[in-house]
Design a protein. Structure first.
Length: 172
């Protein structure tokens, strides 16, 4: 017989704390980044380490802000974002990654992280918040559309990696 404990899910939702990440969270944040990379079929692409996250996120001039979802002093999700500037809009925020550990998905944790990010965008009075989603991540796209976000189909993400940068600069 299958017994579903609805009280457990309700209790879990009340225990979720969304807070700013601490240096001591960075090892778990890196694990989450690697889990997301694996989900996105890019597991071997992660080249940063915990020291990079600490240096870049907790220096006098931090390069990003990271929120974590904490349940009973255990980090189970994160949202990492940073400020950008649009020549059309002015200050914007870019959500680089939002990930919840696989075992904790479907419990509203991602929604709480997303909501906190949107609240920060409002408090910061930015004119736009933006992020990208893989075209095959239908659940994420539906979630973002349902939140009122627009999914742009006419823009393409363009990247150049370190090797290509070096190769380009040696060309005459």
């Amino acid at each position: 017989m299958l017994i579903i404990d609805f009280n457990y899910n309700f209790a879990l939702m009340n225990e979720i704390l969304i807070r700013k990440a601490k240096i001591s969270d960075m090892a778990t944040v890196l694990d989450l980044i690697k889990e997301l990379a694996e989900f996105e079929k890019e597991a071997k692409s992660v080249s940063i380490n915990v020291n990079d996250l600490i240096k870049d996120g907790f220096s006098d001039n931090p390069k990003f802000t990271c929120l974590v979802a904490d349940i009973n002093n255990s980090v189970v999700g994160m949202a990492l974002f940073y400020g950008r500037y649009s020549t059309w809009k002015g200050r914007t925020l870019h959500l680089e990654d939002l990930i919840v550990k696989k075992a904790f998905r479907g419990k509203g944790i991602g929604k709480k992280l997303y909501r906190k990010f949107i609240q920060i965008a409002k408090v910061e009075n930015v004119r736009r918040a933006e992020w990208v989603a893989l075209d095959w991540n239908i659940n994420a796209i539906k979630f973002y559309k349902n939140s009122g976000a627009k999914v742009l189909s006419d823009w393409k993400t363009i990247q150049i990696d370190k090797k290509a940068i070096n190769n380009y600069l040696v060309k005459k």
